[in-house]
Design a binder for this molecule. Structure first.
Ligand code: GRF
Length: 204
């Protein structure tokens, strides 16, 4: 499995998908190539972005399958057919079962809009605002069987301003995401990330 052959999974807007595709176009993805978009929502804007970028997509509705396992088995077959070596979750709104996790152990990453382990799960930006923290940020982490619990690869912090709304904070968080995620994907694609227990090390 080659780390440089990448599938991005997304359910919604796909602005991170677009940032990754743009980084690839600009030669800034460490030799990584986005070979496939996987979406569980064929009507999502991200599907149109993939089409516009000329990236093939696999659009499967989970409810068309008898179980989550069968849905994921369909995805795994396509990933293996395309020799995908790295799965990049970018706003993919589903938990992943062992059917996908086992063949891709240590090869699935996610981006989360908080400094994990704070504010895991849904609406991390709203959770951070409600809690009143002064610093929040973005985490890129390996995916394990839990909800946002896998080893951290990289984090960036940013300040919560007094007048912030969910929208204004989300906008600044997104800007950080568009820089951080391509940089981490580039490091993985180039084989520069090592894991020592829960500690990820990015080699220069
Ligand atoms: C991002 O904020 C990411 O951190 C979270 O989902 C959001 C996806 O946004 N996991 P987009 O679809 O990439 O625009």
């Amino acid at each position: 499995m080659q780390w440089s052959r990448i599938a991005v999974f997304a359910s919604g807007q796909g602005s991170n998908f677009a940032a990754l595709a743009e980084a690839e176009r600009a030669g800034q993805l460490g030799g990584g190539r986005i070979e496939l978009l996987v979406s569980d929502r064929p009507e999502a804007p991200v599907a149109r972005r993939a089409e516009a970028a000329g990236i093939p997509s696999l659009l499967l509705r989970p409810k068309d399958f008898a179980s989550r396992e069968l849905y994921e088995a369909g995805i795994v077959a396509e990933l293996q057919r395309r020799n995908i070596g790295l799965i990049v979750l970018a706003g993919y709104m589903r938990l992943i079962s062992p059917v996908l996790l086992e063949p891709y152990a240590g090869r699935i990453i996610n981006i989360h809009p908080s400094l994990l382990p704070a504010f895991a799960g849904k609406d991390a930006i709203g959770q951070a605002l409600d809690y009143g923290v002064k610093l929040t940020g973005v985490t890129v982490h390996f995916v394990d069987g839990g909800m946002d619990t896998g080893p951290v690869i990289a984090q960036r912090s940013l300040a919560v301003e007094a007048g912030d709304t969910a929208e204004s904070l989300a906008e600044r968080i997104h800007r950080v995401e568009y820089e951080l995620y391509p940089a981490v994907v580039a490091a993985l694609a180039a084989g520069k990330v090592e894991l020592d227990g829960r500690r990820a090390i990015i080699r220069a």
